[in-house]
Design a protein around this ligand. Structure first.
Ligand SMILES: C[S@@+](CC[C@H](N)C(=O)[O-])C[C@H]1O[C@@H](n2cnc3c(N)ncnc32)[C@H](O)[C@@H]1O
Length: 232
C-alpha cells in the first residue's frame, strides 16, 4: 500500500463524514423521511446490511466482530443482537457519538464504539470483520492492502463491499470530476471484481484465504457489491 495515498484519502474521508456529510448521514441512517433518491439508497443499504449479516453465522455468541467504518452503528447493533461482542470503529467522532446515542440500552455492554482507524492493531483479534461501504473511497491497491492487514488479525471471515466498476458509474464519476473539489464527496473508486479478487489472491498476507460469495445490490443510485473471504 502507498501510505501516502491511503493517509491522504483517509483525511478527506474523515473530513467528509465528520463535517460535510455528518448531518445528511445522520438523517439517511435514521427513520426520518428523505427524498425519493435517498429512499432508494436507504433501501439498498438496508439490503446490503442484511446480506452481509446473513453471511455471518446465525449465532454469534462468543464471537468477536469488528465493524470497520461503523458509521452510525446499525450493523454493530444487529451483530450484537445475535450475541456478538462488537468493536465498531470509525474515523468520524461525530458519527461515533451519534452511534452511541442510538445504542439500545440492553446491547450497550456488548458494543465498544471508538473513533479512529480501522487498521489500528491495538483493536486486537477478531473472528469476523465486516466493512460495509468503508473502503469504497480508497484506491484498489490501498483497499486490498487494508483488507490484507485486517486478515492478519481475523480468524474466520472478512466481508466487505466495493463500488462495482460499471460503465454508468465510470461515466458519472468522470462527469463528477469536472465539478469544483470542495463540493464533492471523496471519489468513489470503482473496482473490478476480477481485479480485487486476483490482487487479494496474490497477496501473501491472504495466503490460505478463499474468496466466497459475492452479491451485487443495486437500488437507484446505490450500487455496491459484497464479497466474502474466508479462512477455511
Ligand atoms: C459510506 S460510510 C458507511 C458507514 C457504515 N459502514 C454503514 O454502512 O452505515 C463509510 C464510513 O467508513 C469510515 N471509514 C473510512 N475509512 C476508514 C478507516 N480507515 N478507519 C475507520 N473508518 C473509516 C468513514 O468515516 C465512514 O463513516
Amino acid at each position: 500500500m502507498s501510505d501516502t495515498s491511503y493517509q491522504e484519502r483517509r483525511g478527506q474521508i474523515e473530513h467528509y463524514f465528520d463535517r460535510t456529510a455528518a448531518s445528511a448521514w445522520a438523517k439517511l441512517t435514521s427513520d426520518a423521511p428523505v427524498g425519493r433518491i435517498r429512499t432508494t439508497v436507504r433501501a439498498g443499504r438496508d439490503q446490503m446490511r442484511a446480506t452481509l449479516l446473513s453471511w455471518l453465522p446465525a449465532d454469534l455468541h462468543g464471537k468477536r466482530i469488528l465493524d470497520a467504518g461503523c458509521g452510525t452503528g446499525a450493523l454493530a447493533v444487529e451483530a450484537a443482537r445475535r450475541g456478538a461482542e462488537v468493536v465498531g470503529i470509525d474515523l468520524s467522532p461525530t458519527l461515533v457519538d451519534l452511534a452511541r446515542t442510538r445504542l439500545p440500552a440492553e446491547l450497550a455492554h456488548r458494543i465498544d464504539l471508538r473513533s479512529g482507524d480501522m487498521l489500528d492493531a491495538s483493536l486486537g483479534h477478531f473472528d469476523h470483520v465486516v466493512a460495509m461501504d468503508s473502503i469504497i473511497h480508497y484506491q484498489t491497491d490501498d483497499a486490498v492492502s487494508a483488507l490484507a492487514q485486517l486478515a492478519q488479525r481475523t480468524s474466520n471471515t472478512i466481508v466487505f463491499t466495493f463500488a462495482p466498476r460499471t460503465p454508468l458509474l465510470a461515466a458519472m464519476i468522470s462527469v463528477g470530476r469536472l465539478f469544483p473539489r470542495g463540493d464533492r464527496a471523496p471519489w468513489l473508486e470503482p473496482m473490478a471484481e476480477v481485479k480485487i479478487a486476483s490482487l487479494m489472491a496474490a497477496n501473501p498476507a491472504l495466503a490460505g484465504w478463499q474468496c466466497g460469495r459475492t452479491q451485487r445490490v443495486s437500488s437507484g443510485f446505490y450500487k455496491s457489491q459484497a464479497m466474502e473471504w474466508t479462512r477455511p
